[in-house]
Design a protein around this ligand. Structure first.
Ligand SMILES: *Cc1c(COP(=O)(O)O)cnc(C)c1O
Length: 408
């Protein structure tokens, strides 16, 4: 294990399974009619997708490419939860015709649905509506959108939600089967989910809806010290929902991403050089900030150091700047203060890096790192490191455009 070439990600299968079970046990105990839709955008590594699929999760996708990936990896069109503002008409139709879940996000999709329902007048179509609502008002300071309003779905406060309901009822052969209330929050607090569940009830009452599902979306915490875990959310959610829904009639859909895969995933890097410039110690590593923080928003990292045995005398240094391998000055990962000197050959292992890392990793300077799973104490490779050959696939490599090179 020690001599595997860095950098690489490791997914601990046992921890992943523990989190998956924690999720479904908690759902079963509180609302025993549920469906898990795994959020592809959070991390669609094919092995991970296969894992959650085997557990019975549907694929939660937010683009045509993600839809096609889910199909490629074995999902039927009926096992898709299709969300987001960027669907394609053809995939939208396929999922609806196959009886999958489609949560409408825009007027454009209402138009597509008008066409589809007119084409199949003898069929009934079930759809969900993504609700845009003022969660910030219910949970001040906690949401990512803040006071400005979110960008997604049909807005309740402006009457766009009510008007979408009207448009749908005019189609005749459409049932509004569900509400989709995903909202991203900074806090990921239990209170956010209480508010989301309250909003579902409010809409049910105000519009007298009969719903076969309520989709709470993702955005849970998982694997963070001192923060909520799945068993903290679902009793509260169930308490709120039971005011106007019952598990007999209404399925609870959850779309976890980061909360499932954070704890089980680490990124292993090595120090390959250290240098002093004007009194600053730079520690150069073969992992990059782009591997674990591509959106450049993290302010701290969880990590541990595995010191190489070749260096024993390690003074304590005030400050060491741990950096990535890229030629970008901003590729500085963290500042290590009042700590033992880091030396070439040391390993720095970042923890909780499963979500929004592999999926956001650019093909910048070095290609995708390898991924291993840990099963029964052994590391097994599930993605090899990408090579230049992988990088050039689909590209013309000579100066003459050549259609054959573009073939899949
Ligand atoms: C991003 C997203 C998720 C997953 O969010 P996490 O924070 O990774 O749990 C689920 N549903 C929708 C609609 C999303 O956009």
């Amino acid at each position: 294990m020690e001599n595997i070439k860095t950098p690489y990600f490791v997914i601990d299968e046992e921890i992943l399974q523990r989190y998956y079970n924690m999720l479904t046990d908690s759902l079963a105990a509180n609302w025993n009619n549920y469906l898990v839709g795994y959020s592809f955008k959070t991390n669609s590594l094919p092995w991970l997708v296969a894992f959650v699929r085997e557990q019975g999760a549907y694929a939660e996708v937010v683009s045509e490419d993600e839809y096609l990936l889910a199909r490629h990896l074995g999902y039927d069109a009926g096992q898709i939860i299709y969300n987001g503002p960027y669907k394609s008409n053809s995939s939208f139709r396929e999922v609806l015709l196959a009886g999958g879940y489609v949560n409408l996000d825009s007027k454009q999709e209402l138009n597509w649905l008008t066409e589809l329902t007119a084409e199949y007048p003898n069929r009934r179509f079930s759809v969900g509506i993504r609700v845009n609502f003022d969660l910030e008002k219910m949970c001040p300071g906690e949401t990512t959108m803040g006071e400005e309003s979110g960008r997604f779905g049909f807005c309740y406060e402006t009457g766009q939600f009510a008007s979408a309901l009207q448009t749908l009822s005019k189609m005749g052969n459409v049932t509004v089967a569900g509400l989709h209330l995903h909202s991203s929050s900074k806090s990921r607090s239990v209170g956010i989910f209480r508010a989301i569940a309250q909003m579902a009830c409010k809409l049910q009452r105000e519009f007298n809806l009969t719903l076969s599902y309520v989709d709470l979306g993702g955005g849970y915490c998982g694997g963070m010290e001192g923060r909520p875990e799945y068993p903290d959310y679902f009793p509260v959610i169930a308490e709120e929902l039971s005011g106007c829904f019952s598990p007999e009639q209404t399925k609870l859909i959850v779309e976890p991403g980061i909360s499932l895969i954070s704890k089980c995933t680490t990124f292993v890097t090595s120090v390959y050089d250290t240098r002093d410039i004007k009194g600053t110690r730079y520690v150069m590593t073969d992992g990059s900030r782009f591997n674990i923080d591509a959106t450049m928003i993290k302010t701290s990292h969880m990590f541990h150091i595995m010191e190489t045995e070749e260096e024993n005398n390690r003074p304590i240094l005030d400050k060491q700047i741990v950096s990535g391998f890229t030629c970008m000055e901003c590729d500085r990962i963290f500042t290590y203060e009042n700590a033992a000197e880091l030396c070439t050959g040391d390993r720095i292992v970042y923890e909780n890096v499963g979500g929004y890392t592999m999926s956001l990793n650019p093909l910048f300077i070095q290609y995708f790192p390898a991924v291993y799973i840990r099963r029964n104490g052994k590391l097994l490779q599930v993605r090899r490191k990408w090579t230049p050959e992988d990088y050039v696939q689909g590209s013309v490599t000579g100066i003459n455009p050549n259609p054959e090179a573009l073939q899949r």
